[in-house]
Design a protein around this ligand. Structure first.
Ligand code: PLP
Length: 459
């Protein structure tokens, strides 16, 4: 590759001429030009000018072991030389998906021991949707096919992912969602709790919305409930402790499958291998991707509970679904090496006992008090900062979302990469962050908040 022969301007021009980006206003992008990241190491990314930026988002929620891991590159290189590709259709298999499946069964929550592979979270959710409907058809209840999801959920961007998700803007452009998916309220206490309502009671009320939807549709028509244990792209919305156990109780009561989308929360982010363990629940399917390879290769794994998997085996008949790259040998080799690193370095335990609690304390002590901040919250190394105009009334700046973008732009200018969704700043750093890295991040964010405050008060 010889991109070094191109100037930043040239790369931006070629990018603008030929490259359509995901989730982008292309008119706006062409006026500004894209930021071009050329290399990365540890917790830092570097742009084409050589600027060192602390990556508070682990790429896009995925680079849990940090950048520059030769071990992962070596695993890919070795596998590519030995067997770069073979499919797992037609009763074939290759060694790395076989071994990865056993490995995933070992770390998965109790009762979850089978794996279906894809190359992205969206694909895995497509698989999950079809699988739960197929399950009920095998059980002789094909009409039990409705899925309950939540407003503002993010389950990917394919047609199935968008349909399962609850993002209005995405639905508007979809021109017709997959039928029989309904969306109920999200467990977002900061905006939706009633005056005087405790977190506990709010969590139960948000869970009751799931029950109401089941009762309204008739339990004989409802296949499953799907949710991110902690809503990610929707703004790191952390449910009250009462929510998930109650949702699980409701699902069991009405014989509705529980599907968790752990594409972000899987593989250590919460301080447990899976958020199902963090919340103490036993889902029927778990969608995972992102940190499964720390983003070094595209790979997703739908983890399937014994109830559904056993039925596939018992009833037999072909499940007409799969991808060319299901169980890709190179991606699976990288995943195995990645899980080795996470385990060997004790990253999950470290998030649970050291960096997670330190991160929570740092956000509380150094960010929460700022005039622009309505609330900070975090679980493990996943956090959110609510940007408000008035701390007491929770009034937001107008237009909606603009203030968070101002904060984000100052943060990036201060070499701190984080994300703005709506009026919420989001952090989801690599699990290799230390206390020092957390200190550095808080310093840069606090400075960005100060600079943004000046701008916003002037406007
Ligand atoms: C990112 C994400 C997806 C989609 O994954 P892709 O690999 O982008 O298709 C699905 N669900 C959640 C919770 C995600 O964060």
């Amino acid at each position: 590759m010889t991109y070094q022969n191109y100037s930043l301007k040239q790369l931006q021009q070629i990018d603008a001429a030929h490259h359509l980006h995901p989730f982008t206003d292309h008119k706006e992008l062409r006026e500004i030009g894209s930021r071009i990241i050329t290399r990365a190491d540890g917790p830092f990314i570097y742009d084409s000018e050589g600027t060192e930026i602390l990556d508070g988002m682990a790429g896009l929620w995925c680079v849990n072991v940090g950048y520059g891991r030769n071990e992962l590159a070596d695993a890919a290189y070795r596998q590519m030389k030995e067997l770069p590709y073979y499919n797992s259709f037609f009763k074939c298999s290759t060694p790395t998906p076989v071994l990865l499946s056993r490995r995933l069964a070992e770390i998965a929550p109790k009762g979850v021991s089978q794996v279906f592979y894809g190359s992205s979270g969206s694909e895995a959710n497509d698989t999950a949707l079809r699988l739960v409907r197929h399950y009920w058809a095998l059980m002789g209840k094909p009409e039990k096919n409705r899925i309950i999801s939540r407003k503002n959920a993010y389950h990917g961007s394919t047609v199935a992912g968008t349909s399962l998700g609850g993002m209005d803007a995405m639905h508007k452009q979809l021109g017709g969602a997959v039928p029989n998916i309904v969306h109920v309220m999200m467990p977002y206490a900061y905006e939706l709790a009633l005056p005087g309502e405790s977190d506990h009671d709010f969590g139960l009320r948000a869970a009751k919305a799931v029950e109401d939807a089941i009762v309204e549709a008739g339990q004989e028509n409802v296949a499953a409930f799907i949710g991110e244990p902690i809503m990610g792209a929707g703004g790191v919305k952390i449910p009250p402790a009462s929510y998930w156990p109650e949702v699980q109780r409701i699902c069991r009561k009405y014989d509705v499958l529980l599907m968790l989308d752990e594409v972000i929360t899987g593989y250590g982010r919460t301080g447990e291998w899976f958020a199902a363990d963090y919340y103490g629940i036993q889902p029927d399917t778990i969608t995972t991707a992102k940190a499964l390879t720390s983003g070094y290769q595209p790979l997703s794994a739908l983890l399937v509970g014994e109830r559904v998997a056993a039925t596939l085996v018992e009833k037999g008949g072909e499940f007409y679904h799969g991808y060319t790259y299901s169980g890709h040998p190179v991606a699976c080799a990288v995943a195995l090496a990645n899980l080795d690193i996470i385990a060997r370095e004790g990253l999950v335990e470290r998030v649970k006992t050291d960096t997670g609690p330190y991160f929570a304390k740092a956000l509380q002590e150094r960010i929460a008090g700022h005039d622009l901040v309505g609330e900070v919250r975090s679980v493990g190394l996943m956090g959110a900062i609510e940007i408000v105009k008035d701390k007491a009334t929770k009034e937001r700046f107008l237009p909606a979302g603009s203030a968070a973008v101002t904060v984000r732009d100052h943060a990036i200018a201060n070499n701190m990469m984080l994300r703005a969704t709506g009026d919420t700043m989001i952090l989801s750093p690599p699990l290799i962050w230390t206390r020092d890295t957390i200190d550095m991040a808080c310093e840069r964010i606090a400075k960005a908040l100060d600079l943004a405050k000046n701008d916003l008060r002037k406007a």
